[in-house]
Design a binder for this molecule. Structure first.
Ligand SMILES: NC(=O)c1ccc[n+]([C@@H]2O[C@H](COP(=O)([O-])OP(=O)(O)OC[C@H]3O[C@@H](n4cnc5c(N)ncnc54)[C@H](OP(=O)(O)O)[C@@H]3O)[C@@H](O)[C@H]2O)c1
Length: 322
């Protein structure tokens, strides 16, 4: 790791998001100049303290407008694409963002002659019933079509202080007597720490990953959805009923919840939950994993207490010592 100034420029699309801010920090610590390409640069000021003065700057780009993507990619030595959506809204369709948008970034990377690191997801599958998974697969295909040497990173569910998974269910547990176990809660996950994903991105940007390779990123443990809920509830010191909901019922509920302005659950997410999100045996055999990038995966138990303490009952507030 170096802290010395460098001429190397990395452009990070989606750098303002959850994984993005950790990727920005990891690359800033390694001395890269960072251009964060975001839809609203005025909302990306929070990233500047992650680097030295002038090391990180934001430019405007929307993956739905290829000109803005092309402009943002100019002169980059490396490009990271972290843009994704978990549910559609208005013009932000899966297809526009995760398939056509990924293609726009890949074309811009090819034009700039930049190394490309593309973030997909375990479960990307052209034949999936889930449009999220299908468009992740279409995005991967478009990426390798334009930049054959691109490195693709597919994380399982990502956890960390600002995650949308444990924080969301912990917030629900604070107010609801029961939490839903969609499909019975049997879906398997291999949660991966956001800091490890950020280090994997940095390793790929810095040439420590094999080109033309799809890496699958998972943590040290595989757990069912039910086990993850039990772990979260232990961590926040609350007892809640865990209520199994069959997939067809969850789909009906999602059809209604989808109509709310802030989508709590969509039918596509229910479809996604029918498939396990774990690192494949093939990826393990071929070392296309965190370990293959020289990163030893961080355990859930080592990190969850550092941010779930906020959801404990008042009187149980014992903020862990860092
Ligand atoms: N978090 C997970 O558990 C997880 C698991 C597997 C894979 N992944 C993948 O990892 C990547 C990062 O995930 P995340 O959790 O960091 O997501 P996130 O917090 O929602 O961040 C997504 C980023 O994409 C940007 N974005 C959305 N639409 C855009 C558009 N049209 N043009 C330009 N930028 C746009 C967002 O910026 P604005 O909306 O502010 O413009 C934000 O910076 C995604 O591709 C996701 O699919 C995440």
């Amino acid at each position: 790791m170096t802290d010395t100034p460098t001429d190397r420029l990395v452009t990070i699309f989606g750098g303002s998001g959850f994984v993005g801010r950790h990727a920005v920090r990891a690359l800033a610590q390694r001395g890269w100049r960072i251009r964060v390409a975001v839809r609203r640069p005025d909302l990306a000021y929070h990233l500047q303290p992650l680097g030295r003065v002038g090391q990180i700057h934001a430019v405007q780009a929307n993956l739905r407008y290829s000109d803005s993507v092309m402009r943002s990619a100019q002169d980059s030595d490396a490009i990271v694409n972290l843009v994704g959506v978990l549910h559609e809204s208005g013009a932000q369709t899966f297809d526009a963002v995760q398939a056509a948008g990924a293609e726009a970034v890949a074309r811009a990377a090819a034009e700039a002659g930049a190394k490309l690191v593309h973030i997909s997801a375990i479960g990307a599958d052209a034949k999936s019933e889930s449009a999220y998974a299908r468009t992740k697969a279409a995005g991967e295909k478009a990426v390798t079509g334009s930049v054959p040497d691109a490195i693709i990173l597919r994380p399982s569910i990502v956890f960390g202080p600002e995650d949308d998974f444990f924080n969301r269910f912990a917030a629900m547990a604070r107010v609801l007597p029961a939490l839903p176990l969609i499909g019975g809660g049997y879906t398997l996950f291999q949660p991966v720490f956001v800091g490890d994903v950020a280090n994997a991105i940095a390793a790929a940007v810095e040439g420590r990953a094999k080109p033309r390779t799809v890496y699958e990123l998972g943590g040290p443990e595989v757990k069912t959805f039910r086990e993850l809920m039990e772990l979260m509830l232990r961590e926040i010191g609350r007892k809640r009923i865990l209520l199994p909901i069959p997939f067809p019922v969850a789909k009906l509920q999602a059809a209604i919840l989808e109509l709310l302005p802030k989508s709590l659950l969509t039918r596509d997410q229910v479809e996604l939950l029918k498939t396990d999100s774990v690192v494949s045996k093939k990826a393990e055999r071929e070392d296309r994993t965190l370990k293959g990038l020289g990163i030893s995966p961080t355990a859930l138990e080592a990190v969850l207490p550092s941010y779930l303490w906020r959801f404990r009952k008042s009187g149980q507030f014992t903020r862990p010592v860092a």
